[in-house]
Design a protein around this ligand. Sequence first.
Ligand code: SAM
Length: 262
Amino acid sequence: MAMMDSPEIHRQEVRQRYAALAAQCGIDQGGHDQRGQDFSDPRFGSARYDPDESANAPTDALAMSLGCGNPVLVADLRPGERVADLGAGGGLDVILSARRVGPAGFVYGIDMTPEMVRAAQANASQAGVTNIEFRLGVIEDLPLTDASIDVVISNCVLNLSADKPRVLRQAFRVLVPGGRIGLTDVVADDAVSAEDRIRLGRTVGCVAGALSRSEYLAKLAAAGFTETQVRFTHQVAPGMHGAIIKATKPRTSRSTPTTAAT
Ligand SMILES: C[S@@+](CC[C@H](N)C(=O)[O-])C[C@H]1O[C@@H](n2cnc3c(N)ncnc32)[C@H](O)[C@@H]1O
């Protein structure tokens, strides 16, 4: 997929791919997803979760996991917190988050693919969690009100967006002052060129446009975040890594940047 497509064409292509994956629950009978990847690939999906955490998750939600880490762990969620998961997919991280924040907390799962939202709702109902809501929408224009969320999480989705600075500004907007983000994503070494990232991304599946570590840190800062960190966790291709991304919205901050060009 070419990242120079218009953002809407780009989103349509991504949406079609995930609609197809949702339709077949992400895996075929041979244990491979539509990207031809081995479902037991330790770099992606349910293999990135601690067995203790995933043991009680619905089988379908686990089978549909398409992430590259465990943002629920990264975000260190606490009881009572309000959480938003950007690109919630089959809902595994929403379900696990809902259990962590408990009945006093609440979790929103945002996804632009109707088939994914329906599958996530079915998986959540199978899990019996009620402190959640899935909303159809794009992460570049989050269907959430300003300053209504304590923690933004996301698992391997930002690399798919054609407008990552906008997604980060939206995350900043919906967070309360003092709120935080805890993401997992695929991130490249600074030395890997943008062209090589697209080529390498294809070899590991649907990684369309990974940022380099320096670019990620710069875009987080441009969106207004502080205490930023990008830490590699495991290699997914030469020069490309699964990574943990953390940042904080300052308690006293300038207004949400809306025109930053980065
Ligand atoms: C790689 S999957 C990850 C799903 C989930 N986070 C997980 O760990 O299994 C990407 C998901 O993000 C959604 N997505 C991709 N780009 C999006 C966008 N711009 N806005 C909203 N959802 C998006 C897709 O529909 C898909 O469900």
